[in-house]
Design a protein around this ligand. Structure first.
Ligand code: CA
Length: 247
């Protein structure tokens, strides 16, 4: 059941269930120092984790989706903190920072960059595994309450959270219908950009939409009314709409 993981950037041991699916927790190890990576990989595999290893920040960003990221801060290409921020901008994957820079470490900074915990080199495997399990428990317990910074778009006084599907304007929550929300979230995804009627219909109503777009005008009117600023949504005649909330 174990495939050989005998080199860099190679996939790890795959524990398969009786239907051939991989059941092991998949860890992405981002570490440029082979003498540190090798014993970590061996130890983590003994503990039943599947480990993918990359040695650069760019490879970490290009890597397949993992269940967990162990991230060295001192990487040869990108700063580890930057890698953490970019990962965090697009995923809620738990990140444990692995660092030799014990004294410089600022817990607030770590949290700001999106890390869930850290270990300082040198550390024992037992400590590392304990921290991985602790973060896993926290993340599992938090479930969907775990906030994803990438889910909120703030444009001027307007705040659109696609995770909770709530919209705030100047601090007050707006009461939108599901379609009004979808419409606003789409436009807010790229403020100032013109979305064609066809694109909006496909995204908000039905990908197989064909026919009248009158319902779109009705919803735009409703949305404008609730925003209280009709001029924020511009109708580009013959093309579509754009959202441009100017304070
Ligand atoms: Ca390093």
């Amino acid at each position: 059941m174990a495939s050989s993981g005998d080199g860099r950037n190679k996939n790890a041991t795959d524990e398969l269930d009786d239907r051939g699916r991989n059941t092991a927790v998949r860890i992405l190890l981002v570490e440029d120092d082979e003498s540190i990576a090798e014993p970590m990989i061996a130890g983590l595999r003994r503990e039943g984790f599947a480990v993918d290893w990359v040695a650069t920040g760019q490879d970490a960003l290009d890597a397949e989706r993992a269940d967990f990221v162990l991230l060295d801060l001192g990487l040869p290409d990108l700063d580890g903190a930057e890698v953490a921020r970019r990962l965090r901008a697009r995923t809620t994957v738990p990140i444990i920072v692995v660092t030799a820079r014990g004294e410089e470490l600022d817990r607030v900074l770590l949290l700001e960059m999106g890390a869930d915990d850290y270990v300082v080199k040198p550390f024992g495997l037992r400590e590392l595994v304990a921290r991985i399990r602790a973060v896993q428990r926290r993340v599992t317990a938090a479930g969907d309450d775990r906030s994803d910074p990438a889910s909120t778009v703030v444009i001027g006084p307007l705040e659109v959270d696609t995770r909770t599907r709530r919209v705030h304007l100047g601090g007050d929550e707006l009461d939108l219908t599901p379609k009004e929300f979808d419409l606003l979230a789409l436009l807010a995804g790229d403020p100032g950009a013109v979305f064609s009627r066809e694109r909006i219909m496909e995204a908000v109503w039905d990908e197989h939409w064909w026919g009248s777009t009158k319902t779109l005008d009705v919803h735009i009117a409703g949305l404008r009314k609730k925003l209280g600023r009709p001029d924020w949504i511009t109708n580009i005649r013959g093309v579509g709409f754009r959202l441009d909330p100017t304070p």
